[in-house]
Design a protein around this ligand. Structure first.
Ligand SMILES: [Fe+2]
Length: 131
């Protein structure tokens, strides 16, 4: 029986990584606008600023890895969900999967950037505990 690698399966092509970051960026801004907590409003502002940076740094790194090929599609899939409670944890979980994928494929700088993304998510989790 062939064991399937579900972690790398989620990042079958680099476009899906960039698409996830674009999606998180839009979600963070939406939650920033909709929350009733000032602490979360500020935390989400910081998070979408960070995500702006990660969209660019991660995407350009991926383009370098696969040069001269370009990203072939972008899929921003934002669902309407007014509850931001689990959002920072979603960022952390995504980052850990990305880190794992990068480690398994020897993509050291992608691993570093994934660790930074995890840090931004963890910081937001902390800031969410403030009122
Ligand atoms: Fe704002």
């Amino acid at each position: 029986m062939i064991r399937r690698d579900t972690t790398t399966e989620n990042f079958g092509d680099y476009s899906s990584i960039a698409s996830a970051l674009f999606t998180f960026r839009v979600q963070a801004h939406f939650y920033h606008l909709n929350t009733k907590s000032f602490a979360r409003h500020k935390a989400l502002n910081e998070l979408y600023d960070d995500l702006d940076d990660y969209i660019d740094s991660v995407s350009e790194l991926l383009l370098g890895y696969q040069a001269p090929k370009r990203l072939d599609k972008l899929s921003v899939n934002v669902t309407y969900d007014t509850n931001e409670d689990q959002f920072p944890e979603k960022i952390v979980q995504f980052a850990r999967k990305l880190e794992d994928f990068a480690a398994k494929n020897g993509l050291i700088e992608l691993q570093n950037l994934a660790a930074e993304i995890e840090g931004s998510g963890a910081k937001a989790k902390y800031l969410f505990t403030l009122s």
